[in-house]
Design a protein around this ligand. Structure first.
Ligand SMILES: C[S@@+](CC[C@H](N)C(=O)[O-])C[C@H]1O[C@@H](n2cnc3c(N)ncnc32)[C@H](O)[C@@H]1O
Length: 306
């Protein structure tokens, strides 16, 4: 069920290539500017969670890097990614569960679980992530908007189905689990990066949802429109500390989008800069849904005792 959920989502968006054209180009511009600004070696890049690749500037990637390694939990989505590449010899793929909990939850039917039981289950989960068998070192590691997909949709499916928010106690357990997973991922990618390596974390951070039937907008979307003075040209306003803090304090960020502070406190990475992108995700007769994506550029900090 855990993997099936990811496969279902990837299958759902598999034909989004032309729809996501503008987002994909912006994604490529962010990557290009980052490579130029930080003078990164262009040998090996690792993409975590690229799925079908509809949001990835594949052309720029394959014309820039010598080797491109893709890891995802959904092998069929990676096949769809590979069907879009022209320089096939540069690519390789591995099926890896980056959440580290699939083996623990795959046989559980959480639909019938009482809330208390679900909380206990989530709190006891000890993720086990094995990126070390990727062996070689990378110049760049790109996180492809997988963070909000990792565990939240799985544990909140019964509430999503009922169109209700998950109770706050369940949400807290999910947030704690997401933090444990992110700490493990960042600990391991620290080891996978060359000493002068860099990581870019693309994450859908805020959802803006217009319901075309009721002509209503979700609270996060409403607040973001206010912050931008109803003008996309002001999208950078979202990153102003006073606005960003307010959005977080109101609970408007998507579950899984925020990195635990320990990633920086552990002296593993230093935050360099953040780009902000608009991802027009769905536009149909029922809804218009956009994501505000943050791309955080982080440099590896080398430990003194190395
Ligand atoms: C934003 S989507 C990728 C792109 C998009 N679905 C498309 O149509 O191109 C996020 C990706 O994260 C992957 N993902 C989610 N949970 C994962 C996990 N536990 N391990 C590895 N990959 C995971 C999903 O399979 C999905 O491909």
């Amino acid at each position: 069920m855990f993997i099936e959920l990811q496969k279902y989502s990837n299958n759902d968006t598999k034909d989004s290539w032309s729809k996501w054209d503008s987002y994909r180009r912006t994604w490529g511009i962010v990557l290009k500017q980052t490579l130029e600004r930080y003078n990164i070696a262009l040998n090996k890049v690792l993409l975590i969670g690229p799925g079908n690749g509809n949001d990835i500037d594949i052309e720029y990637l394959e014309s820039t890097f010598n080797e491109i390694i893709l890891i995802d939990i959904d092998g069929e989505a990676l096949e769809r990614f590979l069907s879009k590449v022209t320089k096939k010899h540069k690519f390789s793929k591995k099926i890896i569960d980056i959440s580290g909990i699939n083996h623990l939850v795959k046989n559980l039917n959480i639909h019938n679980m009482e809330d208390d039981h679900l909380i206990k289950l989530i709190d006891q989960l000890q993720p086990s992530i094995k990126l070390d068998n990727l062996k070689t070192k990378y110049d760049l590691i790109i996180h492809c908007s997988y963070s909000t997909q990792l565990v939240s949709p799985f544990f909140t499916q019964k509430f999503i189905f009922k169109r209700q928010p998950a109770p706050s106690a369940i949400q807290k357990s999910i947030t704690d689990l997401e933090s444990r997973i992110h700490l493990l991922i960042f600990g391991q990618i620290h080891d996978l990066l060359h000493d002068n390596g860099l990581t870019i974390r693309f994450t859908d951070t805020f959802e803006m949802k217009y319901d075309l039937k009721n002509h209503s907008i979700n609270p996060a979307g409403k607040r973001i429109l206010e912050i931008m003075n109803n003008d996309w040209k002001n999208i950078d306003n979202i990153l102003k500390p006073e606005h960003f803090k307010d959005l977080i304090n109101q609970g408007y960020s998507i579950s899984g989008s925020l990195l635990p502070a320990e990633v920086y406190k552990n002296n593993q990475f230093i935050h360099e800069t953040t780009f902000i992108l608009l991802w027009p995700f769905i536009d149909n007769k029922i809804e218009i849904r956009n994501y505000i994506v943050l791309a955080s550029v982080m440099k590896k900090l080398v430990r003194n005792n190395k």
